[in-house]
Structure formats: structure tokens, C-alpha cells
Design a protein around this ligand. Structure first.
Ligand SMILES: NC(=O)c1ccc[n+]([C@@H]2O[C@H](COP(=O)([O-])OP(=O)(O)OC[C@H]3O[C@@H](n4cnc5c(N)ncnc54)[C@H](OP(=O)(O)O)[C@@H]3O)[C@@H](O)[C@H]2O)c1
Length: 330
């Protein structure tokens, strides 16, 4: 069975999907793509090298007369792959695209944290009612398959707690401050130059991005019903070089740690002093997560939390698992 995908967003993640579809035989075709200003549709599958070339040369993937909304509502596709920018406060326009696709009878995979953090329960029940899949592995920890692992592979466990480094930009800044004695501003500027931090890094350094991931984990793994305001958040923007130096003197360092203890309703994100040999002291832009379970014991996950190919890996995993479920395979 050849799956037909409609892609919304042709930025880092969208391009990662297109590149992977060109490099590997994934058994899928891309029948529609939209970016912020244009769109293109071909029921037989778009010519992907031409698509990449057009986007590079014109900044647009297609015609200005074709919008994302047109694609969601009229293009032929089996799975909507939603990869537009995250809006943590409204979740729009992504939530409307997802809702429309599910109402139309299509599965949805998204890498966008906004709709999942704000509307998971509504969207999951709409999908269930229509016998469809709604998947979002890429929204937490990029390439690390944490959501499927916790929800399915560890399904027989009580998951007692989760601790993690969930924002690669903050981890990069903290690593560089500790290793090279850079100031916060120098490390942030370096992260921007290397493309780890956005021009406006507020979401990352104030802890909002990592806190959204805690909301997604709490609501999807533990079926809680929390929102961003329920997370106790302290970012790294006020952290001083002095604090890092003091930690160094105790053979420790500082990491921005997210924490969920579901039994006590604790959802917290704050910089923590931890021994340098602790497994959560990962370097650079890596993510790391420890989960504590009753049957499986403690598990540690480390990997790239962002990046075009790494995030595409998580999105493609979701796409292929939908194919397997609907082909009656495993
Ligand atoms: N990059 C990562 O490593 C990563 C990791 C995990 C999750 N995510 C999430 O995945 C999503 C995509 O990330 P990204 O890095 O690919 O972002 P990006 O590079 O900024 O690309 C966003 C894409 O969405 C398009 N777009 C904007 N508004 C749109 C709309 N209303 N309809 C259709 N397309 C629209 C943009 O169009 P133009 O090309 O015209 O600007 C662009 O092609 C975000 O929600 C992000 O938080 C990213």
C-alpha cells in the first residue's frame, strides 16, 4: 500500500521528510505541500527534486492560490503531516488544520507542540471516534522515541517519575558556560550563530519550550489534564556565571531539568546543581531523560532533541506505524 502524505510546512522538519523520502524507499508519495504563502497538489505524487529546487529559488513551494487550508480540505491524502510553527498560547492555525483533517477522515502526524499541549484530549478523542490515528512523537525530545516507548512499550508499568533535559538550546548554553567560562550572553550568541537558538530565544531560555513538553508528557502518558500555567517554570536566563563556578567547585554542574512526579502532581522545570558524573549531564545540544518505573526499573534515554533529520526520524516513525496498523501488520 502506497501512503499519500500532505505536508504542511516546508521548513527544517518538512525538508527532512522530503529528503528522507528521496533517499529511502519508504513506500509513500507526497501529494500536497503548503508553506506560509503557497501550496502545490499532484494526486500522483509531487516531483520532489523539483519541489526542493522551487522552494530554494523562489522561497515558495507552489502557487499562491493554493493555501494550507485548501490542501487540508480538498487535496487527496491519507495522512496530514503538520509541521507549521508552534504557537504555545493559541495552538493555531495548526489545531484547526488537524481538526479538519480528522473530521475529513485522515490520520494526522504532527511535530507541532501547540495543538498537543493545548488540545490533546479533544483531538485524540476525535481521532478515536473516527477510527483514525493522531501521532506526535516529534513534539518531545526530537529523535528520542520517548512517547511511544512510555505509552506502549512500557504500557505494563506504572511510570513513577520522569526527569529530563528537554531543551537542547539551554543545554548547549549551559555546557559552553561551564566548559569555556563564557558568559550567558556569549554562550547565547554562539548558540544563535550555530543555528541552535532562534533570533528570539525567549521560548527556549525562559523554559517555555521544555515546560510545554512536560505538559505533553503529563497529558498523554499519564492522561492528566494540565496546562502550561500548571508547570512551575524557572528558565536559565537569570543564571549567573558565579552560580556555575560555585557548582564547579563541588565537582558539579548546572542543567535545566524538567520533572514529573505524577503521584504528587509535581510538574517542575528549573536549573539544578547535579554531579558531573550524573547521567543527565549530557553535553552540547543533546537531550536526556530518566524514567523510573515499577517493573522495568530505571531507564535512561539520550539523543538529539532537534534537527531536520532527527525530527524527521520521529515523524517518519509515526507515519510508518500508522501504515502498519492499517495494513494489519505490526
Ligand atoms: N526543527 C526542529 O528540530 C524541531 C524539533 C521538534 C519539533 N519541531 C516543531 O516542528 C514544527 C516545524 O519546525 P521547523 O523547524 O521545520 O520550522 P521552520 O523551519 O520555521 O518551518 C516552518 C514551516 O511552516 C511554514 N508555515 C508557516 N505558517 C504556515 C501556515 N499557516 N500554513 C502552512 N505552512 C506554514 C513555513 O513557511 P515558509 O517556508 O513560507 O516560511 C515553513 O515552511 C514547529 O512546530 C517546531 O516547533 C521542530
Amino acid at each position: 500500500m502506497v501512503l499519500r502524505l500532505a505536508l504542511l510546512g516546508m521548513g527544517a522538519v518538512g525538508r527532512g521528510i522530503i529528503q528522507a523520502a528521496l533517499e529511502k524507499d519508504l513506500g509513500l508519495i507526497i501529494t500536497a505541500v503548503a508553506d506560509s504563502r503557497s501550496g502545490c497538489i499532484d494526486p500522483n505524487g509531487l516531483n520532489l527534486p523539483e519541489l526542493l529546487d522551487r522552494k530554494d529559488k523562489t522561497g515558495m513551494c507552489g502557487d499562491t492560490g493554493i493555501s494550507a487550508e485548501t490542501i487540508v480540505k480538498t487535496a487527496p491524502y491519507d495522512i496530514l503531516v503538520e509541521m507549521t510553527p508552534t504557537d504555545a498560547r493559541s495552538g493555531e492555525p495548526a489545531t484547526s488544520y488537524i481538526r479538519d483533517a480528522l473530521q475529513r477522515g485522515s490520520h494526522v502526524v504532527t511535530s507541532n507542540k501547540g495543538p498537543v499541549a493545548l488540545h490533546y484530549h479533544e483531538l485524540a478523542s476525535l481521532a478515536k471516534k473516527n477510527h483514525l490515528q493522531f501521532r506526535f512523537e516529534a513534539t518531545v525530545a526530537g529523535a528520542i522515541p520517548i512517547l511511544q516507548t512510555l505509552i506502549h512499550n512500557l504500557g505494563g508499568n506504572e511510570i513513577l517519575s520522569l526527569y529530563g533535559v528537554l531543551n537542547g538550546t539551554c543545554n548547549y548554553i549551559l555546557t559552553r558556560m561551564a566548559e569555556e567560562g563564557l558568559t550567558y550572553k556569549q554562550a547565547l550568541d554562539e548558540a544563535r550563530t550555530l543555528g541552535y537558538a532562534e533570533a528570539d530565544p525567549t521560548y527556549d531560555v525562559k523554559g517555555i519550550d521544555a515546560a510545554i513538553k512536560l505538559v505533553i508528557l503529563a497529558n498523554t502518558v499519564w492522561k492528566k489534564n494540565i496546562c502550561l500555567d500548571d508547570v512551575d517554570v524557572t528558565g536559565i536566563d537569570l543564571l549567573t556565571e558565579e552560580a556555575l563556578r560555585l557548582a564547579e567547585q563541588q565537582d558539579a554542574t548546572i542543567r535545566l531539568i524538567g520533572e514529573i512526579i505524577p503521584g504528587d502532581n509535581i510538574y517542575r522545570l528549573c536549573p539544578r546543581i547535579i554531579p558531573k558524573d550524573h547521567p543527565l549531564v549530557v553535553q552540547g545540544s543533546l537531550n536526556a531523560i530518566i524514567v523510573r518505573t515499577d517493573l522495568a526499573g530505571d531507564l535512561l534515554f539520550v539523543g538529539k532533541g532537534a534537527g531536520s533529520r532527527e525530527t524527521a526520524s520521529a515523524v517518519i516513525g509515526d507515519i510508518l506505524s500508522i501504515r502498519d496498523i492499517h495494513a494489519g501488520g505490526n
